[in-house]
Design a protein around this ligand. Structure first.
Ligand SMILES: [Zn+2]
Length: 551
């Protein structure tokens, strides 16, 4: 590939290094004050600027006319280093030269004086790849370095470097680059190169690069070489196999407002379009982060279109902090696995994020029928919006002795309640206490089923009750019910759960799962309360599920 851009784009001065301000400032000062250490260790993720900074350092300490600690980039020494011709700069890639012989020849060479400059500089990249023997040989050199030698060791995995080596180096931790830093850099490059590309497209490049400026620049270079100097968003998306950013934006919209059905439809669209769901996930995290910034009145620094930024600001006003944090956390918890299709953990996470009836969704007070037994706390924008009036009562009490609860009939397994109508004799019904349920969830928090964490599957249920010999767990969404259903098809997994119930409830129960129809309507809180009231319930308080989510 044509290297012309890469060379041209490489930072040539400390001040041109992106996103590592304090590090380059410190190094610049050290050069300026002529306080050069004999060994430096640069740690940090790939593409964060370690090697570029090392080369600038090499120039700066040898430059004939340094300017305030910066290399002038004009003297012969600087020119030679830039064109890789300098004999005083030796770069070793420890990934390919990891043996004792390589370090021995290095040891023999360090005694030779530099040819042109004041120092001979060894940059050892990926130093953690050295063999143990090579490490020990290097250590000896580091213990008694000749005064004209400077080592700059770089690694992405500092925990694999011998502590005795780490302790002999001045260490600098390079931060992974922020998306906005990378966009800023790409923006500058596009101006320098006369490339027309919008902020949205630059953002996509930056996101794909995952914090590596080098990757971002390589991608950008490839795009220019392939598609020329006018890069449309669509071209970039097709080239990167990403896109659907409007869909992703809508996905965040529906996650926030709790429309799970719409969310699943969008995921389906993105998936059949062949798009990378991991990329979509990254995009969602970026969006929800901006919503959080909007909520906390922080400045929104983003290359997104003005229209999107405006919408994000509106969401910041519209939703409570707890709602935004809840969604953020659920999205952060999505872990893709090599063994699973990406869509499974992704869907579960999105469904969780968009389903949470205990978490108030809007900033405004909830629309609940005026009842003398409920008071709305207008100052409570962070909690559920409702304060309990009576102590020790945390459940909806059912009063009328005989009523019908509609349940779904769309499951075929024997553990699912299939009857359209069930007569409930309230003498035999007991709602689980929230504290008991929390204990069970806590106990099972590390229990894994075949595919999912069991506690997580229980946590997304919306009600739990005991009926005679059965513990009945109600779900709002069939998909949630089905997931647990699949898990407990395995007798061993079912036993884990039923044993846990027995331990905390003091009696053996048969677990049954149901999808409760009356929970499936849009206006959740209101309908829940209405449905309960139709059953003869009197609302006397509100369950606060926050303790469950925050465990
Ligand atoms: Zn120079």
């Amino acid at each position: 590939m044509d290297q012309v851009f890469y060379r041209k784009w490489r930072p040539r001065k400390f001040s041109e290094v992106i996103g590592q301000d304090s590090i380059v400032q410190t190094l610049c000062n050290a050069v300026n004050l002529n306080r050069i250490a004999h060994a430096y260790l640069f740690t940090g993720s790939k593409g964060s600027g370690k090697t570029s900074t090392a080369r600038i350092m090499a120039k700066a300490i040898n430059c004939r006319n340094p300017i305030d600690g910066e290399p002038d980039n004009e003297c012969q020494i600087c020119v030679d280093i830039d064109s890789m011709k300098s004999l005083d700069l030796i770069e070793i890639d420890a990934a390919s030269h990891r043996g004792i012989d390589d370090i021995r020849s290095l040891k023999n060479n360090v005694n030779f004086k530099p040819t042109a400059g004041k120092y001979k500089i060894y940059i050892i990249d990926e130093v953690h790849m050295l063999t143990e023997a090579a490490f020990n040989a290097l250590l000896k050199t580091l213990e008694e370095p000749p005064p004209h030698i400077v080592f700059i060791l770089a690694t992405t995995e500092v925990h694999k470097v011998l502590p005795t080596i780490v302790s002999r180096c001045q260490r600098f931790n390079f931060l992974s680059l922020k998306v906005e830093d990378i966009v800023f850099r790409l923006k500058k490059l596009s101006l320098d190169e006369g490339v027309e590309i919008g902020g949205d497209a630059l953002l996509q490049v930056a996101q794909v690069a995952s914090g590596s400026l080098r990757d971002a620049e390589n991608i950008f270079e490839r795009l220019i070489l392939t598609y020329g100097s006018k890069l449309e968003l669509e071209t970039v998306q097709n080239a990167l196999n990403v896109g659907y950013e409007n869909e992703s934006f809508d996905l965040i919209r529906y996650i926030l407002c709790g429309d799970t059905k719409k969310c699943l439809e969008i995921i389906h669209t993105i998936e059949i379009g062949g798009n990378n769901l991991r990329f979509t996930h990254k995009t969602l995290l970026e969006y929800i982060r901006l919503v959080l910034h909007a909520k906390t009145s922080a400045e929104i620094i983003s290359p997104l279109s003005d229209e999107k930024v405006k919408t994000i600001r509106e969401w910041g006003k519209q939703y409570s902090l707890s709602r935004i944090l809840y969604c953020f956390n659920r999205l952060l918890e999505i872990k893709f696995s090599r063994d699973l299709m990406d869509v499974l953990p992704f869907e579960l996470g999105i469904v969780e994020a968009s389903t949470d009836i205990s978490n108030d969704i809007h900033n405004q007070e909830m629309d609940i029928k005026d009842s003398s037994n409920i008071r709305i706390d207008k100052n409570d924008n962070f909690g559920t919006g409702i304060s309990e009036k009576k102590d020790n009562v945390d459940l909806i009490k059912q009063k009328v002795p005989e009523q019908k609860v509609p349940v779904s009939n769309n499951g075929n397994s024997s553990t699912v309640i299939n009857n359209q109508d069930i007569n409930i004799n309230l003498d035999n019904i007991e709602q689980l206490k929230l504290s008991q349920w929390n204990e069970i969830l806590k106990f099972l928090r590390r229990s894994k089923g075949k595919r999912f964490n069991l506690s997580a599957l229980l946590r997304v249920s919306v009600a739990q009750r005991i009926e005679k010999e059965s513990l009945i767990i109600s779900y709002k969404h069939p998909s949630h019910r089905n997931r647990l259903e699949e898990e407990i098809d395995d007798i061993a997994i079912r036993k884990v759960l039923e044993d846990a119930f027995e331990q905390f409830l003091g009696k053996k129960y048969i677990m049954q799962l149901e999808v409760a129809e009356f929970l499936k309507t849009e206006d959740k809180e209101k309908n829940l309360v209405n449905a309960a009231e139709e059953l003869g319930a009197i609302v006397i308080g509100q369950v606060n599920h926050k303790s469950i989510q925050n465990e």
